[in-house]
Design a protein around this ligand. Sequence first.
Ligand code: BG6
Length: 512
Amino acid sequence: MADTARHPFLQGLSKHRGAPPTVVVIFGASGDLTARKLIPAVYNLAHDNLLPADFFLVGFGRKAIPDEEFRGLAADAIKEFSRRELKTDVWDRLAPHTSYVAGGYDEPAAFTRLAAHLDAIEKQLGRAVQPLFYISTPPTVFAPIIRNLGASGLASRYLGQPHQAKVIIEKPFGRDLDSARALNATIQSVFAEPQVFRIDHYLGKETVQDLLVQRFANSIFEPLWNRNFISSVQITVAEEVGVGTRGGYYEQSGCLRDMIQNHTMQLVALTAMEPPVSLEAEAIRDEKVKLLRAIQPLNLGPSGDVARAQYGAGMVAGKQVPGYLAEEGINPESATETYAALRLSINNWRWQGVPFYLRSGKRLARRVSEIAVTFRRPPGTLFAEGDKFDLSANTLAFQIQPDEGMHLVVNTKIPGLETRTQPVKMSFRYRTTFGSNTAEAYERLVLDAMIGDGTLFIRGDETEASWKLCSPVLEVWEAAGREGMQSYAAGSWGPTGADALLARDQRAWRQP
Ligand code: BG6
C-alpha cells in the first residue's frame, strides 16, 4: 500500500507523488549511512513501487569498485539493514540499474566521467533523466563536491525545468554559524535554492510530520496553543546508545551540534510556529524561520540557560558500559559534551513567558524522544492538590519514538463513594492503529527530493537561524574547556545541572 493511503498528511504535502525518471548519485557510496539508510531506503521505495519506472542508482567514491561488486555490497546492505527482507523480484529490477563511478571528490576529471556516465544512461533510455546528487560524505569534502558539480555543468542540468538537477546535503551542516554561512554561500554559488535539499532525518519521521496534522487539522488544540493555557514545554531526545565506533566524528561534534542544533530545534519550530498560510514548502519554512528568530539569545552565565555533561561508566539495559572518556577514539581529556540541556524563551505574542526546556544525550536511561506540552492548572478552588486529590497538570505528550503515539494526561475521579482523583493517560498508539512496519524517514525524504518537494528539508536561512542561537553556546563551552563539564552515570536521566535548570523555575523534568 502506498504511504499516501495510510496517512492523509502525505496527500496534502505535494500535488502528486510521482517522480520523473531519476538517477540518484550517492557521493560517499561506501560509507556507513549509505549502507544503513540510503540503499535500504531506495530498496523499500522500489518494493512499494514508489520509484519512477526509469530509476538508476550510481555510487560514487574514491575507492575503485567494479559495478558487480557495488551491487553485491548494496544487496548485503539491504539484507542487513532494510526493514524488509531482500526479495529477488524487487532486487532484480533494481540491480541492472545500479552502477558505480570511482573518483576523487576534488578531481574535476572524475566529474567529467560522471557526466559521461549520466549521458550514457540517458542515451540508452532515450530520454532525459533527472539527476539527484546525494552528498553523504564527511563534511570536509562537501564544498569540493559542490564546486565540481558546478564546474562540470552537472548542477545546471535541466535548470528551470521540473526535472532539474537536485542536491541532498547530509548533516552536519556547518559546525557553527560562520561555517554554515560559508557552506550556504558555496551552495548558492552553484545551485538555486529550489534545487537544494538540506536533510534532517527527524523531519522524515511520521510522528514529526504528524505534529502539523495534530496542531492544524484538529480544532481542539489551536485555541489552547499559547501562553494563556500552556505553562511550559519539554522536549526530550534521549538515546541509550553511546558513541560506539563513531568516536572520531563525535569528538568533533558533541551533543549540541549532533542533536540540538538540528533535530531538536526542528521539533521546537514545528511545535511552536504559527499556522502557515498553506502546506506549501515555503509557507511552512517561512513560519519555522520566524519562530527560530524569535528565540531569545541564551543566558550563558553560571546559573543560565544551558547545561552540559559527559556520561560516566554505568549500567545500560542491564549491561555495564564504560564512560565517554574511556570509549574508543576519545581523548581522555575530552571536553566534548554527550548531553546538553537548554532553556529557551520565545519572545513572540504566542509564547512569551512559556519556557521551552530541551534535553538530549547519549547513554541515558532509555531511548525516547517526546514533546510534552504542559497546560496551566485550573484555579484550585474546587479540587486542590492534597491527600484526597492526586492531581496533575494536563500534559499532552507526543511520543516521537519509539512506541510512536500521543498521550494526554487528564485528572479523573477514582470510582468509589467519595470523591478522590487520579491522573490517567489517554493514549493513541501508531502501532495498534496503523501497524508497525511504517516507512523509515529516509524513504520519505529521498522520495520527496526526487519529486522536488522541499517541505521536509531545511532552508538555508533556517539553518542559519538555528546556528545563531547555538554558536555562542559552543564558543563559551570551547573557551571553558572541561571547566563546568558535569558528569552523569550511563543509564541515568542526566546530570544534576540539568535538573537545576528546571528547579530554578520550580519545575522538574518529566519521566518520559
Ligand atoms: C544522528 C546523530 O543525526 O541522529 C546520531 O548523528 C544519533 O548521533 C541519531 O544517534 C539519532 O537518530 P534516531 O533516528 O535514531 O533518533
